[in-house]
Design a protein around this ligand. Structure first.
Ligand SMILES: O=C(O)CCC(=O)C(=O)O
Ligand SMILES: [Fe+2]
Length: 276
């Protein structure tokens, strides 16, 4: 079993681009509620979506803004126009992070023995979903979860955060490990589609976010997968008699359908629903 959680430092993204993205995200969440509510929707197929979640039903534990980021020319027109530099600053970081994601993907595919150009076209025209999160400072004497345990649906998630708060599940000891987030580092982990493509050799990473006692926290998760209707399936080279195909094929659109049909049940994760 391969665990893929790591951090990249020599990624070539300037500190200014990273800082501006975090800053503009933080400024977005400081906007008046009415401005943010314009983006509020329960329709998960909307190109931009704002929302908040709360653990105790009163105090929000997380606010989020989700939108697509690739191709930029197609999606940027839906992005917030406030703060005034939102589109420019988020556009820059999105394009840079995507470049890093494609490079990492090639290395991972090579490591799996599939060759770096495996499904190259599909990755090139793949989706990039940006999930921008804002967590309040942890209330005194109360340790609190900002985002419940989950795995991401895509192949690869690249995460940038203003301070620590991310924890990943260590499957061998069933304990949560705190992820250090040095200033210039990008945190990388794999999602459900990497487990599918690798026929289970690589495991999806279960993670959560806890509130930081010292300060409010901004995180930006960039999730990379294939285009909306492109099916992700097990790589045939990784299937043989000992290792039969373990997952059904599915697309991002199937994932959205699953979320909608399963909105209040949440008994089974999407990945579990794909197991053969
Ligand atoms: O805020 C974090 O550290 C994690 C965010 C995350 O897991 C997500 O947006 O999917
Ligand atoms: Fe996540």
């Amino acid at each position: 079993m391969i665990i893929l959680i790591f951090q990249v430092i020599n990624h070539g993204i300037s500190q200014t681009v990273m800082d501006r993205a975090v800053e503009v995200a933080s400024d977005f969440f400081k906007l008046p509620s009415e401005t943010k509510q314009e983006f509020a929707s329960d329709d998960i197929r909307r190109p931009v979506r704002y929302g908040t979640s709360s653990k105790d039903g009163t105090r929000p534990s997380r606010a989020f803004l989700k939108h697509y980021a690739h191709p930029l020319s197609e999606w940027m027109k839906y992005w917030p126009e406030q703060p005034p530099t939102y589109r420019e600053d988020m556009g820059k970081i999105s394009a840079e992070v995507r470049r890093v994601a494609l490079q990492l993907m090639e290395a991972i595919l090579e490591g799996l023995g599939l060759g770096k150009d495996y499904q190259h076209e599909e990755f090139e025209r793949g989706l990039q979903l940006l999930q921008v999160n804002c967590y309040p400072k942890e209330p005194e004497s109360e340790s609190a979860i900002g985002l419940a345990p989950h795995s991401d649906h895509g192949f690869l998630t690249i995460l940038l955060a203003s301070c620590p708060g991310l924890e990943v599940l260590d499957r061998s000891s069933d304990t949560w490990r705190v992820v250090q987030q040095p200033r210039h580092a990008l945190h990388v982990h794999v999602g459900d589609y990497m487990e599918v493509l690798s026929n289970g050799r690589v495991k999806t990473v279960v993670h959560r976010a806890v509130l930081n006692p010292g300060e409010a926290r901004i995180s930006m998760a960039s999730i990379h997968s294939f285009a909306m209707h492109e099916k992700v399936s097990v790589a045939k080279k990784l299937v043989d008699e000992q290792d039969p195909e373990k997952y059904k094929e599915s697309s991002f659109s199937d994932f959205l359908d699953y979320l909608m049909s399963n909105a209040d049940k949440k008994r089974m994760s999407f990945l579990e629903s794909l197991r053969i």
